[in-house]
Design a protein around this ligand. Structure first.
Ligand code: NAD
Length: 385
């Protein structure tokens, strides 16, 4: 059975879905692999490395699709690539399921499409397939370095004969996987860190990393809701949003660096920083808006642009930070995909690891496959948000 790798082929994406190491693992399992020429180049994986790992090289995406049963990708395939798919083929990638306009096409063609973002994250056997976590962890780290690079003062405190340098004050809004790594990284660089999230469970995690929790008052009703959602973000009341804005306003008036990470799968990112607050911030302070690609947490941020406000505040619209660490993020993404693909295969009937002995085992009753499959059996399976 052959697995194909399609090149992301867009300027803003440097990652590749499978790496040479992943090819070796898949070969050992009995798969063959074909990669579109140049797909790994921007992540420093040249065609020759894939060939040495046992992959075939194809000159076009159409050729990869023609040879493959399972097609791997970072983002969804462009329409002109997807048109080459046919019944029974499988697509695996970050398909952006709730904004994907191609699902009807996949269903009509009889393609099974797996959106990796839909992984049930609390399931322990799924954790090694969790692309959102593997990419967000790296992004949280890099966001702090981006901020440090934009900021015209250092992060740590220095006592020098020319004077004392104060530590940077960093505020992190949204303390999921990316936010926690951002706190840890900013602390390592010597900053003073404050953080907030609408999940009360995040308080303990912030404090265990040496950060100060920015508390937003919560009604009993909301505290109940927070518990009932099993630790995921919930829709806050107008009162909570108002109180949160006041807490953010106070913290940011005094901050040097702000990193916002708040996202809600399938919906527009919540607006956490408003114009009125930006106007109170210090000249030279820096905001990294990690939700810039899904609507932005910061008013006025723009994806992949740095905007400077009239009062000298810089807002970096960081829409795709994992791509800036393409070599490492591709390694982890590829591991996630290999772990998932392994679940699609029936146990080999013999010890002979020949490629011909592998059989597909698609099972929509399986809690991982069933959760990720957005199209199967000519049906769109995604519930609306
Ligand atoms: P995310 O990228 O969806 O959002 C980032 C953070 O922003 C989250 O902590 C979220 O609560 C917060 N947020 C959303 N809206 C907000 C608002 N209006 N105000 C303030 N904060 C807001 O989150 P994520 O990093 O993907 O993690 C999502 C959840 O999944 C978390 O509860 C996390 O602990 C959990 N998780 C569990 C596992 C696991 O159990 N293996 C793995 C990864 C994540």
């Amino acid at each position: 059975m052959k697995i194909g790798v399609i090149s992301a082929d867009i300027a803003s994406e440097s990652r590749v879905a499978l790496t040479p190491d992943a090819v070796k693992k898949l070969r050992k399992l009995g798969f063959e692999v074909v990669i579109q020429s140049g797909a790994g180049q921007a992540a420093y994986y040249a065609d020759a490395l894939y060939q040495a790992a046992g992959a075939d090289i194809a000159s076009s995406s159409a050729e990869v699709i023609a040879q493959s049963q399972i097609i791997t990708t970072i983002h969804d395939l462009p329409a002109e690539v997807a048109e080459h798919l046919s019944a029974g083929q499988i697509v695996v990638g970050m398909l952006d399921p709730y904004r994907n306009t191609q699902l009807d096409t996949y269903a009509a063609k009889g393609v099974t499409a797996f959106a990796m973002e839909l992984l049930p994250r609390t399931l322990s056997r799924a954790q090694n397939m969790d692309v959102l976590s593997s990419q967000a962890n790296l992004a949280g780290y890099k966001a702090v370095l981006l901020a440090a690079n934009e900021y015209s003062r250092p992060f740590p405190m220095f006592m020098t004969s020319a004077g004392t340098v104060k530590p940077a004050k960093v505020v992190i809004l949204g303390v999921g996987v990316a936010g926690l790594q951002a706190i840890a990284t900013a602390k390592r660089l010597g900053a003073v860190v404050e953080a907030s999230d609408l999940r009360p469970a995040a308080k303990e995690q912030v404090e265990s990393l040496g950060g100060k929790w920015l508390d937003v008052p919560m009604s009993d009703d909301e505290a109940q809701k927070a518990k009932a959602t099993g630790g995921y973000a919930w829709t806050p009341s107008e009162q909570y949003i108002k109180d949160q804005a006041a807490v953010v306003d106070k913290a940011l008036s005094n901050a040097d660096i702000v990193i916002t990470t708040a996202q809600i799968p399938g919906r527009q990112a919540p607006r956490l920083v408003h114009q009125a607050t930006l106007a109170k911030m210090k000249a030279g302070s820096v905001l990294i808006d990690m939700a810039a690609g899904t609507g932005g947490n910061v008013e006025g941020s723009a994806p992949n642009e740095t905007v400077t406000t009239d009062n000298g505040v810089r807002i970096v619209g960081a829409a795709n930070i994992p791509s800036m660490l393409a070599a490492q993020s591709s390694d982890l993404y590829a591991n996630n995909l290999v772990n998932f693909i392994t679940t699609l295969i029936a146990p080999a009937a013999t010890d002979d690891a020949s490629a011909n002995k592998l059989a597909l085992n698609l099972d929509m009753e399986d809690e991982i496959q069933g959760a990720l499959a957005v199209t199967h059996d000519n049906q769109v399976r995604l519930a609306k948000r």
